[in-house]
Design a binder for this molecule. Sequence first.
Ligand code: GUN
Length: 296
Amino acid sequence: MLVLDGKVASASVKAILLQKTQALKAAGKRTPHLAAILVGNNGASETYVASKVKNCEETGFGSSLIRFDDNVAELDLLAKIHELNNDKTVDGILVQLPLPKHINDEKIIEAIHPDKDVDGFHPMNIGRMVQGLDTFIPATPFGVLLMLEYYKIETKGKHVVVIGRSNIVGRPMSILLSGNRPKGDATVTLCHRYTPKEELIKLTQLADILVVAVGIPEFVNAAMIKPGAVIIDVGITRVEDATAKKGFRIKGDINYEQAITKASAVTPVPGGVGLMTIAGLLMNTMKAYEGKFYHN
Ligand code: GUN
């Protein structure tokens, strides 16, 4: 059984990016810059954004963290995005989701210039991805592809089952893995909350590669896993635990202890896909930088 280690795989991506930023610095040029917007003080979002900023520093990227109160007006958020769109020293913009209920996510995502949309959420970039055109791939599916690449896991001709159809993970993942592209060419079945449980179990039992992104701790058990399958766990849920230092533990969507008895490879949580998401984001930010005609 192989543990698909996000620390190791993301380190190899970050090493390449660090080489690039060091070369840029040596040439007296500025390096890629990511602007992250965080609204409110959701604990998980705080952790993710802090980790994104820290990883920027580790790879020689510039970063700015822009914080807004929970009750920020949508117009103020839009104004900041416009300002960042026009800032030539900012290559990538991300707005951490989820946003407070009074803010329209779609409006915010569409306000980000597609050339700076390093999350790959803008409808134009999603459209380009669907058509197999060069674009920003959403960071988490991108991270999964980088993980599969690092561990040389074949996808061509395999049956992949994806559970979860979100715009951020499941849907783009299913499109990418079924596409005519590297780490594509798979037969993909996309399951979601309306897939009857008995049918879901039958389908997952056929999966050479199982990608789970439902946000329900330990949703997948041993009975759902085909012997020798590759298991990609995208879930990151905080589960209260009074015995833990922080008062919670991080749980994935897979019952890890059961999965390792049947699978050939599994991503751990934490330490798996989460770290690869950041690697994907950094890759996209470098891409945004390199796509420019000027580097001031
Ligand atoms: N919230 C959960 N995942 C993500 C992500 O990949 N990007 C952003 N911006 N917000 C998220």
